[in-house]
Design a protein around this ligand. Structure first.
Ligand SMILES: C[S@@+](CC[C@H](N)C(=O)[O-])C[C@H]1O[C@@H](n2cnc3c(N)ncnc32)[C@H](O)[C@@H]1O
Length: 274
């Protein structure tokens, strides 16, 4: 099976932004803040920035004047990002923004020259092994810190549990690792592979959980996520469409009533040159 690169909608990114913000590993931002305390300005390159969710979360946590260089393949998302970045850091310093429409798997070391930090959020799992290898290699050569957040690790827990949950989860994970025109996507293998690559290159690496916890207060996101989760599973194994019809109706009713809770596990990785 081959698949074209899917466009990400700004509406989906807006829906997930508050939960992403609540899930991110705040202690990694604190480690970065301490390590960049003397750096002025802080230059951050955000790969696959979407509408700029990572910058809105991280910029106020970093010290002093900052330049955010925002990369995405989608020019519409880059326009959103440029228009919606905070103007000031937490200490009142100015934040400047540049946008670059690029395929981030083809970045050169020169483009990252002078970077204090490279970030990417909810990106690694939609890349192939070759693409992640190139990104890690470029970051290692640029000798800057790298923060790669919110990569899915293939584990979800629904409460109350249902016997079909595990089958759908397995089909969804297989869909995440599907073959595309660019090669096989990493899906849940993204974090372990990234960690291994950075460690092999001699970097210091820290991994933290960043779990989405969805319940009655996040019904809209929960329903969107659930529809995407089951939809991807059925695309991977079309025979599931029939098997899961009752299950889907039951789960959506639970979600609408606020009685369904879901934990979707992700991981954040911070790598630092020694
Ligand atoms: C799931 S979204 C996450 C967006 C944003 N980082 C966030 O956390 O809200 C993934 C983003 O990566 C971008 N993207 C995916 N592959 C890319 C590539 N090879 N080069 C540039 N951007 C890419 C998509 O256009 C999308 O904006």
């Amino acid at each position: 099976m081959t698949t074209m690169t899917t466009r990400v909608s700004p509406e989906w990114l807006a829906l997930r932004e508050p939960v992403d913000a609540a899930s991110r590993a705040a202690d990694l931002a604190e480690t970065i803040r301490q390590n960049l305390d003397d750096v002025r300005p802080v230059v951050v390159h955000d790969l696959g920035c979407g509408t700029g969710s990572m910058a809105r979360w991280l910029a106020p946590r970093l010290p002093g004047p900052q330049l955010w260089v925002m990369y995405d393949q989608d020019p519409m998302l880059l326009r959103h990002a440029a228009a919606a970045l905070p103007a000031r850091a937490g200490d009142g310093s100015a934040i400047a923004v540049q946008t670059r429409q690029r395929d981030v798997s083809k970045l050169s070391e020169e483009e990252l020259a002078g970077a204090s930090l490279v970030t990417a959020s909810a990106l690694l799992d939609v890349l192939t092994a070759d693409e992640v290898e190139r990104i890690v290699d470029t970051c290692v050569r640029a000798r800057c810190a790298t923060l790669l957040t919110l990569s899915v690790i293939g584990r979800v827990e629904l409460t109350p549990a249902d016997p079909l949950d595990a089958e759908i989860a397995a089909a969804f994970n297989a869909h995440q690792r599907r073959m595309t025109e660019r090669g096989r996507l990493l899906g849940p293998s993204a974090t372990p592979m990234t960690v291994a690559l950075f460690e092999h290159a001699g970097a210091e690496v820290v991994v933290r959980p960043s779990v989405w916890r969805l319940g009655g207060a996040e019904t809209d996101l929960l329903i969107e996520w659930f529809a995407g989760w089951v939809g991807a599973a059925c695309e991977q194994r079309p025979e599931l469409t029939l098997t899961t019809a009752d299950y889907v109706g039951r789960r959506l009713a639970e979600a609408a009533a606020g009685s369904l809770r879901v934990e979707i596990h992700h991981e954040d990785v911070l790598a630092w040159p020694r």
